[in-house]
Design a protein around this ligand. Structure first.
Ligand code: KIV
Ligand code: NA
Length: 266
């Protein structure tokens, strides 16, 4: 079982082999997704919403994310383990980004980090990659900038498409090994995918990206309620777990559980 490396992702782009990335924040889903052949396991700052119960990704801290990164990196045998740098932990300077990324690599055991932003993140990306830290870029709608972008909106429509292309090229030049594109028109994402030699990973960016990423609780229906347009539900875990909990409670109430086989004799 060979470890997935960034050069494999580059090779897959050349071969036209598309791949999937999932978030994961704990040992069991990490083990399941690793065995399922998901090559990149991603501890997103979306743990803010999907683990910690915050309203947005802004409040989550490095100290909160680190134990999740450790759990995944202890578990993953084949996958490349990618950690997200949370809001406020890297934007101030390339040096701040370096310090935070080093914590995720040394303490967390991550193999690479992801950070949000366009051309303004090129110096940060360059320092990290020059220091031996693989960086995945993230452009288009970047949730940490929700308040400056004016809410959840598609980015790169019309004239702003060119700025997105320029950002992708600048981040590639700075050394990024891949770039996430979130909520970008499919045609713009396709153009960027053609122009770059590093892989693009789409989330709400159409089918022509080299890879796709989803938050696992969205993709598997653990999270209930309305999901964004770009989410597809592949399972109904909330339904499965909910009815299991109800059945357990019913069987306790009716003295059906525990049965003799769950009990010990004298
Ligand atoms: O934190 C996250 O889940 C992300 C996405 C790209 C899915 O950044
Ligand atoms: Na994120």
């Amino acid at each position: 079982l060979r470890r997935v490396r960034t050069h494999h992702l580059r090779q897959w782009k050349l071969e036209g082999h598309k791949w999937a990335m999932l978030t994961t924040y704990d040992q069991y889903t990490a083990a399941i997704f690793d065995r399922a052949g998901i090559p990149v396991l991603f501890i997103g700052d979306s743990a803010a919403n999907n683990v910690f119960g915050y309203e947005s990704s802004l409040p989550v801290t490095v100290d909160e994310l680190l134990p999740l990164v450790k759990a995944v990196s202890r578990t993953a045998r084949r996958a490349l383990v990618l950690a997200d740098l949370p809001f406020g932990s890297y934007q101030r300077s390339p040096e701040q980004a370096f310090d935070t990324a080093v914590r995720f690599m040394k303490e967390g055991g991550a193999h690479a980090v992801k950070l949000e932003g366009g051309v303004e993140m090129a110096p940060h990306t360059a320092l990290l990659t020059d220091s031996g830290i693989p960086v995945m870029a993230h452009i288009g709608f970047t949730p940490q900038s929700e308040h400056s972008l004016g809410g959840y909106r598609v980015q790169g429509r019309g004239d702003s498409g060119q700025a997105l292309i320029d950002a992708a090229l600048a981040l590639q030049d700075a050394g990024a090994f891949a770039v996430v594109m979130e909520m970008v028109p499919a045609a713009v994402a396709a153009e960027i995918t053609r122009r770059l030699h590093i892989p693009t990973i789409g989330i709400g960016a159409g089918v022509e990206c080299d890879a796709q990423v989803l938050v696992w609780q969205d993709a598997m229906g653990l999270r209930e309620g309305r999901a964004p347009r770009f989410v597809k539900r592949y399972a109904d875990l909330a339904g499965i777990i909910g009815s299991a909990a109800t059945q357990f409670a019913d069987e306790v109430a009716s003295s059906t559980f525990p049965a003799p086989e769950h009990s010990f004799e004298d």
